[in-house]
Design a protein. Structure first.
Length: 240
């Protein structure tokens, strides 16, 4: 497979410079990947410079794990799981107003909370529920492994898409606290506004399919889309 045509965009954000790499031919396109495996193979190509390095691939469950496993295999890199979960709305489990990370880091979209009129009690209940979910997933997916030791290591964080960006922002904050060095985000598809939220907070963002059309849905980048179960995640991690 030939290298995909890419455009490199340097954007100043805060004290740091974030480089964004996309496939310009796929900008604002729909159904560009066959499935998560196909998306992982395309991302692996874009990330080829990290092959056989000491970088670590961290997949966000559930949907990010199938993509991450393909990348890790293609690049001969270590694969692990980065447990982060969005805090979902009481009436819509697909939409969220914040996220919780493996170390208890919490990030809220206060603007959305205010616009939806969520009460403090509802927000607190959502946080508690998500904290419990994250603790359970850490036990299920990492099976008592010691905490991630990142010590200035290059970390490549993978998910199957970037919608609002709050889950990824929470993951990045937790990784910084854990001592990660260079942080690279690799997602097959991303909302342009979500990428802008990451500017200055990460070193690199790789996303072949960036979209700025609305409404945005991660699933619209895939021809074949299905939810990934916890059993699928466990199977991938155990058999890697």
């Amino acid at each position: 497979m030939d290298d995909p045509p890419t455009i490199h965009i340097k954007v100043c954000g805060g004290r740091n410079l974030t480089r964004i790499i996309e496939n310009r031919e796929l900008r604002d396109k729909f159904f560009v990947f066959k499935d998560r495996r196909d998306a992982g193979e395309i991302l692996a190509q874009m990330l080829w410079e990290y092959r056989d390095s000491d970088a670590i691939i961290l997949g966000i469950p559930a949907g990010g794990i199938p993509v991450a496993a393909v990348i890790a295999k293609e690049l001969n890199l270590t694969l692990d799981v980065l447990v982060v979960s969005k805090i979902t709305l009481p009436w819509n489990r697909e939409a969220g107003y914040g996220a919780v990370a493996f170390d208890g880091t919490i990030k809220l979209n206060q603007k959305l909370i205010d616009s939806l009129g969520l009460s403090g009690r509802e927000v607190e209940a959502g946080i508690r529920e998500t904290l419990n979910k994250v603790k359970e997933r850490v036990q299920i997916f990492r099976k008592g492994k010691p905490p991630l030791k990142l010590g200035n290591r290059t970390v490549i964080v993978v998910d199957d898409g970037l919608a609002s960006g709050y889950t990824m922002l929470t993951a990045v904050e937790a990784l910084r606290r854990a001592g990660a060095g260079k942080i690279v985000i690799a997602v097959p598809t991303a909302n342009l506004d979500a990428i802008k939220r990451l500017e200055g907070k990460v070193d690199m963002v790789y996303s072949p399919n960036i979209r700025q059309v609305y409404p945005y849905a991660v699933a619209d980048a895939y021809k074949y889309w299905s939810e990934v179960s916890e059993d699928e995640v466990k199977s991938i991690l155990q058999n890697f």
